[in-house]
Every structure is written in C-alpha cells, then in structure tokens.
Design a protein around this ligand. Sequence first.
Ligand code: KG4
Ligand code: ZN
Length: 363
Amino acid sequence: MDHGRPVRVLGIETTCDETAAAVIERRSDGGGTILSNIVHSQIEDHARFGGVVPEIAARAHVELLDGIIDRAMTEAGIDYAALSAVAAAAGPGLIGGVIVGLTTAKAIALVHDTPLIAVNHLEAHALTPRLTDALAFPYCLFLASGGHTQIVAVTGVGDYVRLGTTVDDAMGEAFDKVAKMLGLPYPGGPQVERAARSGDPARFAFPRPMLGRSDANFSLSGLKTAVRNEVGRLDRLEDRDIHDLCASFQAAVLESTADRLSVGLKLFHERFGTPQALVAAGGVAANQAIRAALREVAEKAGTTLIIPPPALCTDNGAMIAWAGAERLALGLTDDMEAAPRARWLLDAKATVPTGFANTRAGF
Ligand code: KG4
Ligand code: ZN
C-alpha cells in the first residue's frame, strides 16, 4: 500500500431498515474523516405495520441502494478509482437486506478492482468511537439497539470479549413493545422517552431485572410483561396513565442498566485493567435519561463516558466504512466467497448464558 496516500473506503449498510452508504478517509496516523454519509431511513415504509417487515426492507434496499451509493460518492467528490476498498455489512441482520448490500459491494470490488471487506455490523458499532474520538484500546462498550444489548470489552480490531448480554429481549425491542401496548407509534423508544418526561416514575413499582447479580447480563421480558399486566388492570388508558407507565418502565430500565453496567465495568477491570472509556452506542443511547445514568456509572467507576453523535450511534454507512478501513490497515480483506450472515457473533467464544432459553444472545 502507498503510505503517502490517504486510505478511502466506501461503506454500505443494509442490515435492517436503514439504506446507507458513506465514504471515509483514514490517515496513516490512525485518524479519520467522514467525506460523505448518506442514510435513508425506511421508517415510513414500516410504521403502519408497527415494526420492520423484512420483505419490504429487502425490496427497498434493492430500489434505493445504487442511488444512495451514487450520492455518497458524489458528495465525497471522488472517483471509484480513488477507493482503497469497499466495505459492506455482511451481518448480523435481516438476510434479504444483507445480501443486497454485500452483493453490491462485491460488484463494485470486481468492476473497480478494489479489495472487498465483509464487516460485522456489531464490530462497526464497536469501532465508531475510534473514528469520532480517536479513542485508544481497550474500552468498554455498551451496545443497546433494537436487536442487541451487550457489554463488550473492545481490546483491539477483531478482539472483542462479551462481558454481558440480554438473556431475552433487546432493550430497544422492549421500548418498542411497551410503546405498542400503549398505542404509541413505531419506533417506540423516542415516544416512550417523551411520554416519560411528564410521567410519575414512582406510580408503578415495576421489577428491576437482574439487580444485584454478579454477572453483567440483562433481562427485559419480565419487565415488559409487568407493564402488560398493569395495562390489563387499568380498564381505560388515560394520557396520565400512559405517561406514568412510560416513566415507571423507564425508571426500571435505568436502574437495571446502571447496575448491570457497574458490574460490567468491574468485570472489565478484573480482566483488562482500566478502560480508556465507557462507550455507548446503538439507538437506545439516544435516550437522554439513559445517557445521564451512564454518565453517573462512568464517573463512579473512574472513567469517562463517550457517546458518538446520534447520527453515528444509529445505523449508518460511515461506521461500516471505518471498520473496513481499520481492517484494511491490518491487511484483513475478504474474497468473493464472503457469505451474508443472519447471525454473526462479535465474540466468537461467547455462549448463551446458562439457564436461559435465549434467541438473541448472539446479536
Ligand atoms: O441502532 P438502531 O437505530 O437500529 C438497530 O436496532 O440496529 O436502534 C433502534 C432502536 C429501536 O428499538 C428504538 O426504539 C430504540 O433504538 N431507540 C430508543 C430511543 N431512540 C431509539 N430507545 C429508547 N429511547 C430513545 N430515545
Ligand atoms: Zn445497529
């Protein structure tokens, strides 16, 4: 590789309901710049179904992706010949969408004779603070989105140790389901947060899942069921009830999250020493109340909290391009056989926590 020339990578993201492409530049000192970052959210296409419909998502990715890539390249002001590599999220995610993104990346790699990098979507979330904050390893990541809830020790590119995971629902999923039972629109997280602001967090005494346990795992389905039972007991839901239910639910999530993360940071210390930071990523990290709770946890543990800007917390192409650039710098490229993967563990050694019938722990 020519070390004088900045590395420029095109990144493609199609694992869920965002169709996204971006171009980033990585300098030889390890710093990065976003040259373009185009994200099309399909929320409108899915909202009336109350959640993401995989077939609709895959079709929309097919229709939109070429145009989004064109815009990303035009905005970056570079030609395909100037690309050092093309990276695509090859999973985990909805397989139809993953196939669209990865196949498109392979076509670009073949036509323009540039390396292909098949990126793990979770790795891209994990490495984002190195793009936004030039963060050094090792650090502790809290990843909470619609499909994942994990505490991960990030010790190097490709080196991830899962310290905790949800044993049932993902945190964003729990927010979405609570919103749905209260008749609030999809996606529910921001709606629940808004309603909670004017509610009474002490009106309903919901359980604080996993509180005090010595592992750093999460559980959200019991809390969700407690909210459902309470909704059943109230015969008519007034606005006041909705606000109080949201506030009481969120208070339980906050307390549980703070407890789980303080254990996670303790486990991190024992195994890897002092983390450079606690990093939060994923859509749930957009929640102001959760941010405040995380800041407190980080302070207590003697570390700082880093949260990438919201647009880089939620799914985007820049994080895929950046993870691609980090892998490229280590010579980690893929061939045309790279397979799309619905499931793909970030920590290959992680297993399902014992005693739980878990469907999502691998996410
Ligand atoms: O990372 P993301 O954009 O997509 C993936 O799931 O990969 O996360 C979306 C999730 C949804 O479940 C959404 O309800 C949740 O993040 N979310 C929030 C908030 N904003 C988004 N949850 C709680 N509070 C929020 N303000
Ligand atoms: Zn994501």
